[in-house]
Design a protein around this ligand. Structure first.
Ligand code: SF4
Length: 195
């Protein structure tokens, strides 16, 4: 199946996820700042048509607030715009079908930084890595490490903000949310001063 640019974004039928969704969840928020990119809409997002309003979204909102940005000061999108059934991970062909929608947002909205929320979003936006995802995030957050770039925009990856991931600890006892907060802070600082 293909999805031409003439298709109304709210009516896209380009992949099987269209069969299960209630609504296409479109990106929202201000342009030219931080664009947070998640995996997929969840149940609340599917019902409301608004992104990042479930618990994971509220955790991310709190992380931004802790770094000085209210919800209306950062933008949101997902690697697929329709909820996968039972919240399963989007499949590779679904991500491919939805890719041009996300690419258009990245190109048109001129974000200063992309915040890849969770492993699926990071895998969509940055080159493959070896070892664990969280170790890779930690490595990329070191000041001396250059951030990967997607369509000319730096990408900061971070752990998923679902309660299951966000409230856990790493094997060394460090709370995962601490790593997430560091990532959000890096993205906010970068958006304010990209030099
Ligand atoms: S997930 Fe993306 S490509 Fe698939 S139907 Fe929804 S908007 Fe279209």
């Amino acid at each position: 199946m293909s999805c031409s640019s003439a298709v109304d974004p709210s009516a896209c039928q380009a992949c099987r996820l269209a069969e299960h969704r209630s609504r296409v969840v479109l990106p929202d928020g201000p342009r030219e700042g931080v664009l947070a990119i998640g995996e997929a809409p969840g149940r609340q997002e599917d019902v409301s048509g608004v992104g990042f309003v479930g618990i994971a979204g509220l955790n991310l909102e709190a992380a931004f607030a802790a770094c000085g940005l209210a919800r209306e000061q950062w933008a949101r999108s997902n690697i697929v715009r329709c909820r996968p059934p039972e919240n399963r991970k989007p499949r590779a062909d679904e991500v491919r079908s939805c890719a041009h929608w996300l690419d258009r947002v990245v190109d048109d909205w001129l974000p200063r930084v992309l915040l890849a929320v969770g492993q699926s979003a990071a895998a969509r936006l940055i080159p493959p890595w070896t070892g664990s995802f969280l170790s890779h995030v930690e490595r990329l957050l070191l000041p001396e490490t250059g951030l990967p770039v997607y369509r000319g925009v730096p990408v900061v990856p971070m752990p998923h903000t679902s309660p299951l991931a966000w409230n856990r600890r790493r094997p060394d006892g460090t709370p995962i949310r601490e790593l997430g907060l560091r990532a959000v802070r890096r993205a906010v600082i970068l958006a304010r001063d990209p030099t």
